[in-house]
Design a protein around this ligand. Structure first.
Ligand code: NOJ
Length: 555
C-alpha cells in the first residue's frame, strides 16, 4: 500500500496533539465481537468507534491483532504485516483506521520488536535448518553449559517464570542448542545486533505508517538490547529484574536501545501528521524513563511508577512531582495511567490494602475501590500531560478475581504453577448492554466468563445516569477538552496548607482537590464546583470534602 492511498489523518490536525492526548486502550479480543465467535475483533472495534468519539478521547491504542498463535494473547507475532484471521483482515484494519480518522480519532498500533512467535518464518527455518543456519544469528542461540550442554547458557529467568532458555532438538533428533526467551518459550528474543533485524523493523514501521497509523506503542521497549556476552544476572531479586539504574541488569534498560529509537524517530518524522512512538519501558526510576523520550527519540513513555502508586496523598504528590521534573529537561509530556491489560484494574487495587503490588487476586472492598477509582480518575485527568484509559475502566469495572483455573489463558499462570499470572482478570470482555448472551459484547458468548453483576455496569445501564462512572468520564473528558489548558504544560502549583491526606493544586483558572483519606476533611472552598467524583454540597466558604473524593473547581 502506498502512502497516498493511506487513510487520511483526522481533520482537526493540531500541533503536537500527543502532548495532552487522552489515549484509550482497546484490547481487541475483549472489546467488541463483530462476528459472534466469542472473541473480539477489528470489525467489532470499528463498529464501536462512535462510542469512543462520544466518550471524548483523542486516540485509540490497539493491542496486537497480527497473525499469531496467541501463546501470549497476540504478543507472540508470527507475521507483522498480516492480521490474524480471528481478528479479521487487512481490509478491516484499513477500514478501522479510515473510520477512526473520519471521527477525529488517532490510531496507535502495538509493535512487538523484542521477540517474535516461535511460528515466525525466520525462527521456524532457523530450527529446521539446524545448527549453522544463518537465521539463528537473528535470535540468541547458544550451546548449553555442562558436560552434555544440558544446562541453560546463563542464569536468566523468564518474566513469566522458569528459565529464560529452552533447549532445541536438532533435525536429526539429538539435543541441540538453547535459545533465549525473556517471556514464554513461544516468544524467542530477537538479536538486535543483527542488521537484518533492524532492517526488518524499519520496514514494518513503514508498512503500518503507510497504512495510516498515527503511532506505535512499543512493547518491551527496554529489552531489545542485551549486554555483550549475555553475562549471568547473579541474583533474582525483583528490583534487579526491573532494570537497575547503573545498567546492572544485562537484559533490561541497556543504553544500547536508544540508538534504535533514534533511527525510528527519523522514520516517524518523515511522515506527515505527527506520528508518534510510545515506550513500554519498565525502568527503575522516572529519570531512566526520561531517556526514552529525549527530543530525538520517542514521544511518550508509560509512567509505571504512577500506576504502581497507591491512593495516598503523600505518595501521589511525590510521584507527580518527580514525573514532571524528570520530563521537563527532555521537553517530553508526562504521562499518567492507572490500568492496562497487564495489571489488576485500579478499582480492585484500590479496594485492597496498599503494598499488594499490581497483580491481586482478592476482590477486597469493591465499594471503597470504586469510590477511590473515580477520585483517582479525576485526579489523573487534571494533571498536565497525556493520560491513558484502559477499556472498561470508564465503566468502573473491577477485576474478575474468581475466574476458575480451567478458563485461564495467561501463560504466566501456567509457567508459575498458578502462583502468578492473574492478568486474565482484567481481560474479561466488557459489557455493552443489560441483556444478551455476553451483555452486547457479541452474539456468541465471550471467551472469558463475565460476572452476572456486569449487566448493571454495562454501557447501556450507565448511559444517562448522572451518578454513573461512565457519565463521570464523559463529563471529565468534556471539561478537559473545553479547558485545553488542563492537559497542557508541565507544572502544577501545589496549594499551601492543604490538610493532611489532601492533594490540592491549581492550574490556570482551575483547582483540583483530592481527599485520599477515609474521613471527610473540612476546608475552604477554592471556587465553584465543576465536577466531583462523589456528591458534594458546597455553600460559600468552608465545606466538607468527602472521604476518597476528588473535586474540580473553576476559580
Ligand atoms: C508487555 C505486554 O503488555 C504483555 O502483555 C506481554 O505479555 C509482554 N510485554 C510480552 O510481550
Amino acid at each position: 500500500m502506498t502512502q497516498h492511498l493511506a487513510a487520511p489523518a483526522p481533520a482537526h490536525v493540531s500541533t503536537e496533539w500527543w502532548r495532552n492526548a487522552v489515549i484509550y486502550q482497546v484490547y481487541p479480543r475483549s472489546f467488541a465481537d463483530g462476528n459472534g465467535d466469542g472473541m473480539g475483533d477489528l470489525a467489532g472495534a470499528r463498529s464501536r468507534l462512535p462510542y469512543l468519539r462520544d466518550l471524548g478521547v483523542d486516540a485509540v491504542w490497539l493491542s496486537p491483532f497480527y497473525a499469531s498463535p496467541q501463546a501470549d494473547a497476540g504478543y507472540d507475532v508470527a507475521d507483522y504485516r498480516a492480521i490474524d484471521p480471528m481478528f479479521g483482515t487487512l481490509l478491516d484494519a484499513d477500514g478501522l483506521i479510515r473510520d477512526a480518522h473520519a471521527l477525529g480519532l488517532r490510531v496507535i498500533t502495538d509493535l512487538v520488536p523484542n521477540h517474535s512467535s516461535d511460528q515466525h518464518d525466520w525462527f521456524k527455518r532457523a530450527l529446521a535448518e539446524g545448527p549453522g543456519s544463518a537465521l539463528r544469528d537473528r535470535y540468541h542461540f547458544r550451546p548449553g553449559k555442562g558436560a552434555d550442554g544440558e544446562l541453560p547458557p546463563n542464569d536468566w529467568e523468564s518474566v513469566f517464570g522458569g528459565p529464560a532458555w529452552t533447549r532445541t532438538s536438532n533435525p536429526d533428533g539429538t539435543d541441540g542448542d538453547w535459545y533465549l526467551h525473556l517471556f514464554a518459550p513461544e516468544q524467542p528474543d530477537f538479536n538486535w545486533e543483527h542488521p537484518a533485524v533492524a532492517d526488518e523493523f524499519r520496514s514494518i514501521l513503514r508498512f503500518w505508517l503507510d497504512m495510516g497509523v498515527d503511532g506505535f506503542r512499543i512493547d518491551v521497549a527496554h529489552g531489545l538490547v542485551k549486554a555483550e556476552g549475555l553475562p549471568d544476572l547473579g541474583s533474582h531479586d525483583q528490583l534487579k529484574l526491573l532494570g537497575s539504574s547503573d545498567g546492572g541488569t544485562p537484559f533490561f534498560d541497556q543504553d544500547g536501545v536508544h540508538a534504535i529509537y533514534r533511527s525510528w524517530r527519523k522514520i516517524l518524522d518523515e511522515y506527515p501528521g505527527e506520528r508518534i512512538g510510545v515506550a513500554e519501558a519498565w525502568t527503575p526510576t522516572v529519570e531512566r524513563t526520561a531517556n526514552y523520550v529525549r527530543p530525538d527519540e520517542l514521544h511518550q513513555a508509560f509512567n509505571f511508577q504512577y500506576l504502581g502508586t497507591h491512593w495516598d496523598a503523600a505518595a501521589l504528590r511525590e510521584v507527580i512531582d518527580t514525573s514532571l521534573a524528570a520530563m521537563r529537561p527532555v521537553d517530553a509530556p508526562a504521562t499518567w495511567v492507572l490500568s492496562n491489560h497487564d495489571v489488576t484494574r485500579h478499582t480492585t487495587r484500590f479496594a485492597n490494602p496498599a503494598g499488594l503490588g499490581t497483580q491481586i487476586r482478592t476482590a477486597g472492598d469493591p465499594e471503597l475501590g470504586l469510590r477511590r477509582a473515580r477520585a483517582a480518575t479525576l485526579l489523573m485527568l487534571a494533571l498536565p500531560g497525556s493520560a491513558y484509559v484502559y477499556q472498561g475502566e470508564e465503566l468502573g469495572l473491577p477485576d474478575v478475581t474468581d475466574l476458575p483455573d480451567e478458563v485461564r489463558q495467561d501463560p504466566s499462570f501456567f509457567r508459575a504453577a498458578g502462583q502468578d499470572g492473574f492478568r486474565d482478570g482484567c481481560r474479561v470482555p466488557i459489557p455493552w448492554t443489560v441483556e444478551g448472551p455476553s451483555y452486547g459484547f457479541g452474539s456468541g458468548g465471550s471467551w472469558l466468563p463475565q460476572p452476572a453483576s456486569w449487566a448493571g455496569l454495562s454501557v447501556e445501564a450507565q448511559t444517562g445516569d448522572p451518578h454513573s462512572t461512565l457519565e463521570l468520564y464523559r463529563s471529565a473528558l468534556a471539561v478537559r477538552r473545553d479547558r485545553t489548558g488542563l492537559g497542557a504544560g508541565t507544572d502544577v502549583t501545589w496549594l499551601p496548607d492543604a490538610p493532611a491526606g489532601v492533594l490540592a493544586f491549581a492550574r490556570e483558572g482551575f483547582v483540583c482537590t483530592a481527599n485520599t483519606t477515609g474521613e471527610p476533611v473540612r476546608m475552604a472552598a477554592p471556587g465553584r464546583v465543576l465536577l466531583a467524583s462523589t456528591e458534594v454540597t458546597c455553600d460559600d466558604g468552608e465545606f466538607d470534602l468527602p472521604a476518597d473524593t476528588t473535586v474540580w473547581w473553576a476559580v
